[in-house]
Design a protein around this ligand. Structure first.
Ligand SMILES: *[C@@H]1O[C@H](CO)[C@@H](O)[C@H](O)[C@H]1NC(C)=O
Ligand SMILES: *[C@@H]1O[C@H](CO)[C@@H](O)[C@H](O)[C@H]1NC(C)=O
Length: 625
């Protein structure tokens, strides 16, 4: 299905062909009307997936746009429609999935700079269809050379707020490294669309507006943030135009001079100066020393699929693998169905959270024992024997030792190209607007990733001791919940999934994975399905009850709630949670064919229909080639 017919990519065509504008506009309105109707049907559950719609591109009023697209050629599912479209435009130029990823990431860093950007870090999984190799690019922030275990002892809030909370940014270095290996298009090509958005202005989407309103005080307190998000002292609202000219200039320098501009040049020098003036400890030496870790992706066999993801300091791949191994040890896929399946999932999540706090950066701490446990089916079986179908237990039962990492924010996208190369990338500045500081001369939002470390003297909300594996050391990377995954079946690409939302990411990605790959739900339903979350302490199941920006209401069914309450869970409604983007490739129709042709032809890369879903909980939408 050629979904975005006029959908997303006419954003660019509009500008190239002004003469067609009115004509296209009329058609847009008609299609927007159709899309509202289709979405209405989706809400009432009458049709599954295949929602095709076209909307306004934030040109004035915000209309319901397609949150799912299909294509044979290539897709991008980001949490902002403009960035999905910019990614897809790179695929249309013949770009590799990595080319599209660089352009998409830069765009998200401009239009959703509260969540990610070149002042932050990322995890990126890249699968090459020709070599069947899957790599992990770890461009997570590192602790600066001047950082120390006790640096926040006298001022615990400085770990989260202000320039001292900043880790050494890795985003640009990671994108560049992946591009050097896989890229086909010139480096500067990726920057043009985002430079334009930053310098000529972009329309503030509702999700950004929501975060601006939430962070009003911090924005008004910081000269850099104020200049961009509250020009003249007036906070921007949805539909307003936002300018970040300095960020546009920084991107221009990096486009022309390469990552050196950031890591050993004018952008870096300006950034370091601003950070130090705001009380931070970042130096040029930190930037010059920053190294991306490139490894084979960590893989795990779960429920008949191979998942490829990040090794620690991400706890995502191991977390999902442990939960799946526990559920798999029940011996049949019915075990995860219905309310009882949900109870078992919640219990498995509680065990996972308890053990994952033993993880940390493997370059600094020995975590082999915990890594093998989290991957071990027999360990999972032991945990499963502690799960009872008719009750839940107090938090202590799960043998926690350390306080939980409560990370935040972030942005996730998935990309598949015509050759079935794939990218799964999660990128972050940690809290919304990071540490609450924007470097005025570079337009860059400073991450507060130091907040993801634990420190010996901190008092955490769960009143547990801090996790020693995650203490600060210079150059060390803090633990993370980010879970970008690429999923294969029989050596063919089956899907790309990941999410944003800190500690809620692993539960959300797990539920979407189960819904689609195990329970067989259509991709859109798999993402839309109401989710549950748990944080171990307090001993409360949080269930979704929210109305999305586009009006879709998502709420756990009363039947499920009653069941969970009946066996002793304490429940609490939440409106937020994690945001998940999902891309799947339909292997069903083509797999038999593929097997035959693989024998005969030796090529054998299946090219099934790709379906891309951007979570309706945020105002993103996917784009297709
Ligand atoms: C930084 O730039 C200088 C020249 O300006 C060069 O000599 C040096 O090798 C660069 N350092 C790194 C780590 O790239
Ligand atoms: C769910 O949220 C709606 C508002 O969107 C509210 O009216 C309703 O009471 C909530 N239900 C529960 C059980 O919290």
């Amino acid at each position: 299905m050629d979904a975005p017919l006029l959908g997303s990519h006419d954003l660019i065509r509009h500008e190239e062909k002004p003469g067609r504008r009115n004509w296209t506009k009329a058609l847009c309105f008609f299609l927007a009307f159709v899309s509202v109707t289709v979405l209405g049907l989706v809400v009432s559950g009458d049709i599954h997936a295949r929602a095709v719609g076209v909307g306004s591109k934030y040109s004035g009023s915000i209309l319901n746009d397609a949150i799912v697209v299909e294509s044979e050629k290539g897709v991008v599912a980001a949490d902002d429609g403009r960035c999905s479209e910019i990614g897809a435009s790179m695929l249309r130029k013949g770009g590799h999935a990595v080319d599209a990823a660089v352009a998409t990431a830069l765009c998200v860093g401009v239009v959703n700079s509260m969540a990610s950007g070149i002042g932050g870090g990322a995890f990126m999984i890249v699968q090459s269809s020709s070599t069947l190799k899957t790599e992990a690019y770890d461009s997570r922030e590192t602790a600066p050379l001047a950082a120390s275990q006790d640096m926040y002892e006298n001022n615990p809030s400085a770990k989260y707020y202000g320039a001292l909370s900043m880790g050494v940014p890795g985003e640009i270095a990671g994108l560049h490294q992946a591009w050097l290996k896989h890229g086909r298009l010139p480096w500067r090509t990726f920057f043009q669309p985002s430079i334009k958005l930053a310098k000529e202005g972009f329309v503030v989407a509702p999700y950004l507006a929501h975060h601006i309103a939430n962070a009003a005080e911090r924005i008004l307190d910081d000269p850099g943030l104020r200049q961009v998000f509250a020009p003249g002292g007036k906070l921007l609202r949805a539909g307003d135009t936002c300018y970040n000219v300095e960020l546009g200039q920084s991107l221009e320098a990096i486009a022309e001079q390469g990552p050196q501009a950031f890591y050993n040049g004018s952008v870096g020098e300006k950034l370091v100066k601003d950070v130090r003036e705001a009380g931070g400890i970042l130096t040029m030496e930190d930037l010059r020393n920053y190294k991306v870790e490139v490894t084979d992706a960590m893989s795990a066999e779960v429920m008949g699929y191979t998942i490829f993801g990040m090794q620690p300091p991400s706890s995502g791949t191991l977390g999902l693998s442990l939960i799946m191994n526990i559920l798999n040890s029940y011996g049949n896929s019915n075990a995860v169905e219905g309310s009882l399946g949900m109870h078992r999932l919640i219990e498995a999540m509680k065990h996972m959270f308890a053990i994952r706090m033993n993880l940390g950066d493997p370059n600094f701490v020995s975590i082999d024992e915990y890594v093998s446990q989290m991957l071990s089916p027999s360990f999972a079986k032991q945990l499963r024997q502690k799960i009872l179908d008719d009750t839940t237990f107090p938090s202590e039962y799960y043998l926690y030792k350390w306080s939980q990492l409560r990370d935040h924010g972030t942005s996730h996208f998935g990309i598949v190209d015509a050759d079935r190369n794939a990218v799964s990338m999660t990128t972050t500045v940690n809290y919304p607007f990071g540490g609450g500081v924007l470097s005025p001369t570079t337009g860059i939002v400073l991450n507060n990733e130091m907040g993801d470390f634990s420190t010996p003297t901190e008092i955490s909300p769960d009143h547990l001791p801090p996790a020693p594996a995650n203490f600060i050391e210079p150059n060390k990377r803090p633990l993370s919940s980010m879970t970008p995954l690429i999923i294969s079946k029989d050596n063919q690409l089956a899907g790309v999934v990941g999410g944003s939302g800190g500690m809620n990411i692993i539960p959300a990605v797990t539920q979407v994975f189960l819904n689609h790959f195990v329970l067989g739900m259509e991709p859109l339903d798999a993402v839309k399905d109401p989710r549950v979350y748990h944080r171990l302490i307090p001993n409360v199941v949080m269930y979704e009850n929210c109305t999305c920006i586009n009006g879709i209401h998502i709420e756990l069914s009363d039947k499920r709630k009653l069941f969970l309450k009946g066996i002793g869970h304490q429940l609490e409604a939440i409106a937020g949670g994690a945001i998940v983007q999902l891309v799947v490739q339909n292997l069903q129709d083509t797999l038999d064919l593929g097997r035959k042709s693989r024998k005969g032809l030796n090529s054998g890369i299946v090219r099934g229909t790709l379906t891309a879903v951007s979570d309706p909980r945020k105002d993103g939408k996917p784009a297709a080639v």
